[in-house]
Design a protein around this ligand. Sequence first.
Ligand SMILES: N[C@@H](CCC(=O)N[C@@H](CS)C(=O)NCC(=O)O)C(=O)O
Length: 270
Amino acid sequence: MSQGSYTLNYWNVPGRGESIRVILALGGIKFENNFVPLPLPLENPENQSPPPFDDGTWVKLKPQTPWGTLPTLLLPSGETIGQQRAILRYLGKLIKHEGNYLYPEEPETSARVDGFMDMMEDIWPILIGLNGADSMETAPLYSTMLGQGTLDDFLNPRMEKGNGDLATQFDFLENAISNQGPFLLGSTLSCADILLFAAISWWGAGVFPNMDKMLEGRPKIEKCIRAVGNIEAISEYYSSLKSSRNSMPVVGSTNYSDYYKNYHLLCGLD
Ligand SMILES: N[C@@H](CCC(=O)N[C@@H](CS)C(=O)NCC(=O)O)C(=O)O
């Protein structure tokens, strides 16, 4: 396939962009990160370019994106595509791992991959965004960034085994995974595994203090994300970036290098 000229537009955090970085790294495809300042009303540190937080860039860029959201991926053709899962499917049709496309061609198998990816998108806004939260200040990601956290009043009750709505979602996910493993569908890696690896690692840093609450009693999820971290191209990607991440800024209570701690852990880089 043609090389070069892929640009990922996303904030300088893992978020919904990280799965795309990982699949591109796995495919050995060169890409640029265009880091858009995260549109949160937090004070920017001096002398940092691009600034981590809102500087008016996003409000101008938003109308030019296909769906008013990030991530978007600029393709070598000049076309820009949006939506994390659409981008993963696109790249999964181009990239093979051990002889198999990461987005399977066979319709029933691809529908299973879509099911996994779509259910993760159902969890996403609850964990990160405003769904169920009263305001921006109580939204899990933002309040964690402010150092307040939402564990006691928002996340813990929802993660209570047998009761919480989020716990039930994670249990559905665990039960849907193949018993044989290590991946969601069994021995064949798909783009849904990449998404799971990227999502759990991010949620276990941006919202939860670690991945424990999601992984406790869910061995198939853990086995899958560990197997993804063991893929050589993926661990090499994180290894190549690790030292630069150590010099990422601390902004308020947000230590940017901490956002990557679970990726490093799963890749055996600690
Ligand atoms: N379903 C979309 C959701 C995209 C989304 O909500 N992106 C957030 C960042 S993770 C965003 O662009 N927020 C800024 C805004 O909506 O203005 C996807 O999976 O890509």
